[in-house]
Design a protein around this ligand. Structure first.
Ligand code: DC
Length: 644
C-alpha cells in the first residue's frame, strides 16, 4: 500500500492496549543474551526493530525461541558469542546497532554491521571513539563516523576513564554501559559534553540492575562499573507498554474529547516518555494516572493552550506535541530537540515541511521548532513519512481536525507498531450504532447504510447466534456461563461476502433457526459471554467507519458512536416480517408462535441485568412499523448525515 487516506475524524474515545516498548525490548534482548542463564521475556514488541535484534542474536549463536503470544526464551551465552564471524544487517534500528557494536567489539570475533542507506547516514563516531580508547578494533568500511562497520578481535584495556560525548545520542552511552561488564574490569565513563535524552539512560541502568549489574552514577557526568560484575538472568521479565506510542493516543484524547486510556504504562513506568502526559497537561488536557494506565481528555473548556517547553527529556514523544500544536490557541515552541536531526530522518526539517502542508507557520532552528497553527487545517494534505514511523503516527492525528489526511507509505509504522492504524481506528473511526429489537429490520437497514457510506458492517447479533450454535454443537449447556463464555472468547467465526462461517462451515442459515434464535437470546443474558465478545466487537471499528447493529451498540460497545439510532416496529409487524422471510426460504412458520416467541425474546432482552435492550438517551428513534425498507434506510441516512 502506498498511501492511506484517513477520513475526517472528530472524536477520540476508548482504550488502547499498547505494544511492548521498543527501548525496553531491545535492551532486554541483548542483556538476556549476554547473561548467564535462560531468560523468559513476556510482552516483547513484535516489530521491524526487534526482529533485527533477534536475527542478529541468532546469527552470533544465541539461542532464541518464540514460545508464542509475545513470549520469548533467550539462552544467555554468558558474554561469549559462539559464532565468531558474521555479517549482521541492522535495518534502521539504532537500538540494535549501537549496543551490538559495543558488545561485539568486546567479544573477540570478526563481525560486519550494516543497515539501510539511512542507517549509513546516522552517526556512530562518538561510540567508536569510546571503543577505540580501550583498544577495541572497530573500523569504518564506508564513511568515517558512520556505519557500515567492521569489528575484529583485540585486547581491550581499561586503564583510564573512557571519555565520551553525549550530545548527539544517548545510545552511545547506553551501548558502552551495557557492554563494559563483559570485560570484568572496573570501567569508568566520563562525559565530555552535556548528556541528552537522560531518561533513556535511566532505562538502561534500571534494566542492567535487573540483570545484576550496578552502575555508580555521579550526576550525569561520570559512570562507574565495579570490577567483577557479571550479568545473570533474573528468570522471567515483562516488557512495559511503549510510552512513546502512548503519546499518539493520549494526544488523540486531548484533541478529540476523550477519555482515551492507554493500558500498559502508568505511574511505575521506567520510561521517560510517560512525561509526555505532563506536557499535554501543560496544554490544558486533563490527565489521570493509574499504576498501569494513563488517561487523557480535552480541556474542561476551550482549546488546548500554546506552550514553550524544553523537550530534551522526551525527544520522540515531542514529535507528537508538534502535531498537537496544530490544535493549540497560539504559537508553540519545542526547544532543545537537536537530536531530531540524526534520527530516522532529519526530523526537524521533515516536521517543518509536513506541518506547513497543514497550514501551520513553522520556524525551525538547529535545535528548536516553533509551530503557529492556522485557524483551520488544510484539507486533504498528503503527508510524506521519510521512512520514519513516528512521522506517520503523529501526523495521523491531524485528521482529528475534521479533515481527510493522506499518509504516504503508512507501512513505515512497522518499525515499532505494525497495528498502529487499527489501534487508532478503534478509538477514532466513526461508528453508526443501530440498536433495536429482533426483526425490526435493523440488519437490512444497517447493511444498506454501511454500503451507502462505504463503511464496514457488524451484525453483532450473529456473534451471539454463533455462540449459541457452537454451544449446541459441542453439547455445552446454555446455562453453563463459564463454558459458553469460553466458547465465545475463541469463536472460530469469520464473515465472507455475506456468508457466515463457523470453523470453515457455512452456518449462515443455521444460525437463523428458531432454536438458535432462542438460544442466542439466552446466552446473551450471561454477563461473562457479553464480556467475552466485547473486544471482538470493538475490533470491527476500522477506517473509514463502521455501522454496527445489535442491542447495546450505542450503550456499551460503542458509547461514543457518532450517530445512534434505535430502530423498532410493533411486535405484530415484526412477526409478520419474520413470517414472510421464513416462508420465502421454504421454512415452516406459524404467525402465532412467532409473535409469542418475539415477545418472550423482547422481554428477556429488555429485562436482563447486563446491557438490557433500551433506547439510549442520545439515540434517535425510528419506528419502522409503517415504513418500507427503503423508507427506513432513508430515515436512518438523514440522521447519519446530520450527525456526521
Ligand atoms: O439481532 P439478532 O436477533 O440477530 O440477535 C440475536 C440475539 O442476540 C438476540 O436475542 C439479542 C442478542 N443480542 C444482544 O444481546 N446484543 C447484541 N448487541 C446483539 C444481539
Amino acid at each position: 500500500m502506498n498511501s492511506l487516506t484517513l477520513p475526517p475524524l472528530r472524536t477520540a474515545a476508548g482504550s488502547v492496549r499498547l505494544p511492548g516498548s521498543k527501548s525496553i525490548s531491545n535492551r532486554m534482548l541483548l542483556l538476556a543474551a549476554l547473561a548467564e542463564g535462560t531468560t523468559e521475556i513476556r510482552d516483547l514488541l513484535d516489530s521491524d526493530d526487534t526482529r533485527v535484534m533477534l536475527a542478529a542474536l541468532r546469527k552470533v549463536g544465541v539461542g532464541v525461541s518464540a514460545l508464542g503470544g509475545s513470549v520469548w526464551r533467550i539462552e544467555g551465552c554468558g558474554g561469549i558469542f559462539s559464532v565468531k564471524d558474521a555479517d549482521l544487517f541492522m535495518g534502521n534500528a539504532g537500538t540494535a546497532i549501537r549496543p551490538l557494536t559495543a558488545a561485539l567489539a568486546l567479544s573477540g570475533g570478526h563481525y560486519r554491521l550494516s543497515g539501510v542507506p539511512r542507517m549509513h547516514e546516522r552517526p556512530i563516531g562518538d561510540l567508536v571513539d569510546g571503543l577505540l580508547q580501550i583498544g577495541a578494533d572497530v573500523r569504518y568500511t564506508g564513511n568515517p563516523g558512520f556505519p557500515p562497520l567492521a569489528i575484529h578481535p583485540a585486547s581491550v584495556k581499561l586503564a583510564a576513564p573512557i571519555r565520551l560525548r553525549g550530545d548527539v545520542s544517548s545510545q552511545f552511552l547506553t551501548a558502552l554501559l551495557m557492554a563494559l561488564p563483559l570485560t570484568g574490569e572496573e570501567a569508568v565513563i566520563e562525559m565530555t559534553t552535556e548528556l541528552i535524552s537522560k531518561p533513556y539512560v535511566e532505562i538502561t541502568l534500571n534494566l542492567m540492575e535487573h540483570f545484576g549489574v550496578e552502575v555508580r552514577r555521579d550526576g550525569w557526568q561520570r559512570f562507574t562499573i565495579a570490577a567483577g560484575q557479571r550479568y545473570s538472568s533474573p528468570g522471567v521479565l515483562h516488557v512495559e507498554g511503549d510510552a512513546s506510542a502512548a503519546s499518539y493516543f493520549l494526544a488523540a484524547g486531548a484533541i478529540g474529547g476523550g477519555p482515551v486510556r492507554v493500558e500498559g504504562v502508568g505511574h511505575s513506568s521506567i520510561q521517560g516518555d510517560v512525561r509526555f502526559a505532563d506536557a499535554l497537561q501543560a496544554m490544558g488536557a486533563r490527565i489521570e494516572w493509574g499504576e498501569q494506565h494513563i488517561e487523557a481528555r480535552a480541556p474542561m473548556s476551550g482549546k488546548l493552550k500554546a506552550f514553550d517547553l524544553d523537550l530534551n527529556h522526551i525527544p520522540d514523544a515531542a514529535m507528537t506535541l508538534a502535531v498537537a500544536a496544530l490544535f493549540a490557541d497560539g504559537r508553540c515552541v519545542l526547544r532543545n530537540v537537536a537530536s531530531w536531526r540524526v534520527k530516522e530522518t532529519d526530523r526537524i526539517a521533515a516536521m517543518a515541511t509536513e506541518l506547513r502542508k497543514l497550514g501551520a507557520t513553522v520556524e525551525e532552528g538547529t535545535d528548536f521548532i516553533a509551530v503557529s497553527p492556522a485557524p483551520t487545517l488544510v484539507s486533504a494534505a498528503a503527508i510524506d513519512t521519510y521512512d520514519d514511523h513516528r512521522i506517520a503516527m503523529c501526523f495521523s492525528l491531524a485528521a482529528l481536525g475534521g479533515v481527510p489526511v493522506t499518509i504516504n507509505d503508512p507501512q513505515c509504522v512497522n518499525k515499532t507498531f505494525p497495528d498502529y492504524f487499527d489501534a487508532l481506528a478503534e478509538i477514532t473511526a466513526p461508528v453508526i450504532a443501530i440498536d433495536g429489537p429482533s426483526a425490526s429490520g435493523k440488519g437490512t437497514v444497517a447493511e444498506r447504510v454501511a454500503a451507502a457510506l462505504g463503511y464496514h458492517y457488524l451484525d453483532s447479533g450473529s456473534l451471539y447466534r454463533l455462540t449459541a450454535l457452537a454451544a449446541v454443537r459441542t453439547a455445552v449447556s446454555l446455562d453453563d456461563e463459564p463454558g459458553v463464555a469460553a466458547l465465545a472468547a475463541s469463536l472460530p467465526a469469520s464473515f465472507e461476502g455475506g456468508r457466515i462461517l463457523l470453523a470453515e462451515h457455512d452456518v449462515t442459515d443455521d444460525i437463523r433457526s428458531e432454536e438458535i434464535s432462542v438460544g442466542a437470546s439466552k446466552v446473551a443474558a450471561l454477563p461473562a459471554v457479553r464480556a467475552a465478545l466485547l473486544a471482538r466487537q470493538r475490533a470491527y471499528r476500522r477506517f473509514p467507519g463502521l455501522v454496527a447493529d445489535g442491542r447495546d451498540m450505542g450503550s456499551v460497545v460503542f458509547p461514543s458512536a457518532a450517530a445512534k439510532v434505535f430502530l423498532t416496529a410493533s411486535a405484530e409487524v415484526r412477526a409478520e416480517r419474520r413470517h414472510k422471510q421464513l416462508i420465502a426460504k421454504g421454512m415452516p412458520a406459524n404467525m402465532h408462535a412467532l409473535l409469542q416467541d418475539l415477545q418472550e425474546r423482547d422481554a428477556r432482552d429488555a429485562q436482563r441485568s447486563v446491557a438490557p435492550l433500551r433506547q439510549c438517551d442520545d439515540a434517535d428513534l425510528v419506528d419502522t412499523t409503517p415504513m418500507s425498507i427503503d423508507a427506513a434506510v432513508a430515515a436512518v441516512m438523514t440522521i447519519v448525515k446530520r450527525q456526521l
